[in-house]
Design a protein around this ligand. Sequence first.
Ligand SMILES: NC(=O)c1ccc[n+]([C@@H]2O[C@H](COP(=O)([O-])OP(=O)(O)OC[C@H]3O[C@@H](n4cnc5c(N)ncnc54)[C@H](O)[C@@H]3O)[C@@H](O)[C@H]2O)c1
Length: 456
Amino acid sequence: MAVSESYSVESAKSSLAQDLLKKIKQSSANVGVIGLGYVGLPLVELFCRQEFSVVGFDIDDAKVDRLNAGESYIGHIPSETVAGLVSDHQFEATNNFDRLKEVDIIVCCVPTPLTRHREPDLTAIIATAEAILPRLQPGQLVILESSTFPGTTDEIVRPILEQNGLEAGRDFFLAYSPEREDPGNKTHTAKTTPKVVGADGDDALAVASAIYDRIIDATVMVSDSRTAEAVKLTENIFRSVNIALVNELKIIYDRMGIDVWEVIDAAASKPFGFMPFYPGPGLGGHCIPIDPFYLTWKAREFDVPTRFIELAGEINTHMPNYVLKKLAEALNDNFSRSVKGSRILILGIAYKKDVDDMRESPSLVLIERLEEAGALVDFHDPFIPLVPHTREHDALSGRASVDLSPEMLESYDAVLLSTDHTPVDYKMISMNAPLIIDTRNKAYRGPDAKAVIVKA
Ligand SMILES: NC(=O)c1ccc[n+]([C@@H]2O[C@H](COP(=O)([O-])OP(=O)(O)OC[C@H]3O[C@@H](n4cnc5c(N)ncnc54)[C@H](O)[C@@H]3O)[C@@H](O)[C@H]2O)c1
């Protein structure tokens, strides 16, 4: 591993790499970003800020039209930013993949979900590579940013791109650089978070590091693309395993009458050797519930067990059941009510605090399970006015967030605090709702709180 120092043009062996390094230094390299979602769009902004011209590619015509009309669909990228880039002719979105021929650098940020059988779904990566193939130009740099298992860039993308005779490392350059975007994080932005880069070959590493050096504060080079792919999965498995651990501790300590949040906060006073992770109602987001299974799938090829990673997934997936059990017990013990027929308000359906992304959110599982059990369920989320289309929970799409008021809070049998957004008035909720099931340790517990509060 090495933190990259800016490459001199002479450091590249081939003239194609030297030409590209020159263009990168002068900001005259044209950049194409494929996949204009939560990862691709912030990246467009970073490139544009350093005076690069960017063409954004997406198969979603509605997104292309909205961006070209100067409209953002991502909470933390203001529409004014997009409008400014479009009117300055620095950025243009398109669904015309022939325009890939115009760019010097192609960065791929397409989705990598799981199939119904929880196996890696590389459809978008393969489609992207196949879209690049007939347009691939000598000297172009192709970088994959999607989270995926070690070997994807080298074993899947590279053979597709080489089908027409151009060779990676000689005629074009291929690299992998994982995205570390953390939506909602105000301390560490995409620019200040170091970027890991791996490539198969010195020239590919030189050009890939050089372009990230221009837009990000520090670039960390690793030996090859598969190491860089493993870095991303390791980071997310680390989170999944540690979250599973505190989720399990929550259940154990609850039975012992010990508050897990108090334990974690006190343990975090240790200045070394402990890092706090917090329990919740389950795991959500595009990364942590999915990425670990990219590694377990690949590990099967090598006949190595991945019990630890799978166990973490199992514990985290089970958490909504635990929360529902606590809710049913609390209704029964305090109000002699059953879940069936109860009116439940889910507070927060985004997968985490202060973001407008609800992919894989455990709140959706909670809504479905409660409705299956006969409850009448509403939700409130200041960041998500309407449930969008999702692959797994499409029956919920179009549902609208309800407004909060003292009267309506009184009308529910329970509030299930699933995601702890900052703008929510937790005091008002505790002063009016009869029961709060608190999965985030966020409920207001002052002397004037009326609600029975149960941590879950
Ligand atoms: N969202 C995050 O916070 C985050 C963080 C780190 C890594 N990642 C990884 O980055 C990748 C992208 O994630 P995202 O959150 O930006 O996804 P996203 O769903 O927000 O965006 C993906 C975009 O790609 C487009 N797309 C799909 N197939 C395409 C194709 N064949 N050609 C062109 N465009 C296509 C979609 O229309 C969409 O606009 C994934 O691998 C994800 O795991 C995401």
